[in-house]
Design a protein around this ligand. Structure first.
Ligand code: ADP
Ligand code: MG
Length: 353
């Protein structure tokens, strides 16, 4: 950790519709009080539509911005990181310190950073870390989709059960975080499997670094030296998963998937790992439910469920065969189809001392 030495004001981005729609009152109440008491100069920006933050960040003058603070769920930070990477000065821009204040229904990063507190306490913990202002590196995943689109993710890639629950539970948004529990129970009732292929580069896998040509000079972002083009076979030192029937695939960079779901207990914000979990078809409903209950405490890996596999990897490729379907990236619905990703260790900066 290092103190944030950047001059200027913090830009506080609020999504007024995140969570149960309470983010503005969180700002007007505890957040503003905290920032004022700590004499942290800041400017408030309320987003007006989806991708508004992404557009703002893409063109903002960052020279007067000491940090970008997201008061929302994880989705708004996903917008901000991608907005930073879309700038001409992406190499500098992605070093802008980022901070999260939980205001959404999915607050995975906040929960990972400030564990083990909940609700208002989680907000206050994150607010305290923000005022303390210590900056540390944050892993970023570079994602390649079959359309050629490149995305950046700080949190997760999900397919199958978890992705379906995340998107289907949108309609219970008024419930706050409870929407995921309700969504999971409904999905369990119409439990299904998903067909596709999965491959990954286990950690450590430094030997496999491909000497691919440098990426297109106009492309933004670091070169993905571990990925062979989609459509070509994965490099020889990758592991190709034998099974092609899954209940879920989850790749996460952080410990928490939600405030009360600890998917990868050992994950750290810049550990350089993608924590890959998948559940093979054949698991019973009861066993799956038990896994999720154990995940509340992060003890699911000790359940010895023969269908659950956990690996630390540096890159992965997922090629769904089931269609249509849902893939989420950082909780946001992404284009459905083959994708691959690799981690870029400590590529961004997070205020989370
Ligand atoms: P939550 O955790 O409640 O889902 P998010 O921060 O993930 O909160 O935001 C949910 C979605 O809302 C994201 O897709 C984000 O891009 C989008 N969004 C951001 N600002 C607005 C806005 N003003 N109106 C509508 N959608 C928005
Ligand atoms: Mg979200």
């Amino acid at each position: 950790c290092e103190p944030n030495t950047r001059a200027g004001r913090m830009m506080v981005l609020v999504n007024p519709l995140s969570g149960r729609g309470q983010a503005m009152s969180l700002y007007a109440g505890p957040v503003q009080r905290l920032l004022t008491d700590a004499a942290v100069p800041h400017a408030l920006i309320v987003t007006e539509h989806q991708n508004h933050a992404r557009e703002l960040v893409r063109s903002a003058d960052l020279s007067e911005c000491s940090a970008l603070v997201i008061l929302s769920g994880d989705g708004l930070l996903f917008e901000v990181i991608n907005g930073l990477m879309e700038r001409e000065d992406w190499e500098q821009a992605i070093l802008t310190p980022l901070a999260i204040l939980p205001g959404g229904s999915g607050n995975a990063l906040a929960a990972s950073v400030a564990d083990p507190v909940w609700g208002v306490e989680l907000l206050l913990s994150c607010g305290f870390l923000l005022c303390k202002g210590l900056v540390r590196p944050l892993d970023v995943l570079s994602l390649r989709l079959s359309s050629g689109l490149r995305l950046f993710s700080f949190l997760s890639i999900a397919w199958g059960f978890i992705a379906d629950v995340d998107i289907e539970s949108e309609r219970y948004r008024y419930m706050g975080a409870v929407r995921f529990v309700v969504g999971a129970l409904i999905r369990l009732a119409s439990f299904r499997t998903y067909q596709g292929r999965l491959a990954f580069l286990p950690t450590p896998g430094d030997s496999s670094t491909l000497s691919l040509p440098r990426p297109h000079p106009e492309e933004h972002g670091p070169p993905d030296d571990l990925l062979a083009p989609l459509g070509e076979p994965v490099p020889a030192d990758w592991t190709v998963v034998e099974e092609q029937d899954f209940v879920l695939v989850l790749a996460t960079s952080h410990s928490h998937l939600a405030e009360d779901l600890v998917a990868a207990p050992s994950a750290g914000p810049a550990d350089g790992h993608i924590h890959l979990l998948y559940v093979r078809a054949g698991v019973s409903r009861v066993a799956l439910l038990k896994l999720f209950v154990a995940m509340e405490k992060g003890t699911h890996l000790a359940c010895e469920c023969p269908h659950l596999v956990y690996r630390r990897v540096r890159a992965l490729r997922l090629e769904p065969a089931t269609s249509p379907g849902v893939i989420t990236v950082d909780g946001e619905q992404a284009e459905y189809g083959p994708l691959q990703a690799q981690v870029h260790r400590g590529y961004a900066r997070l205020i989370s001392g």
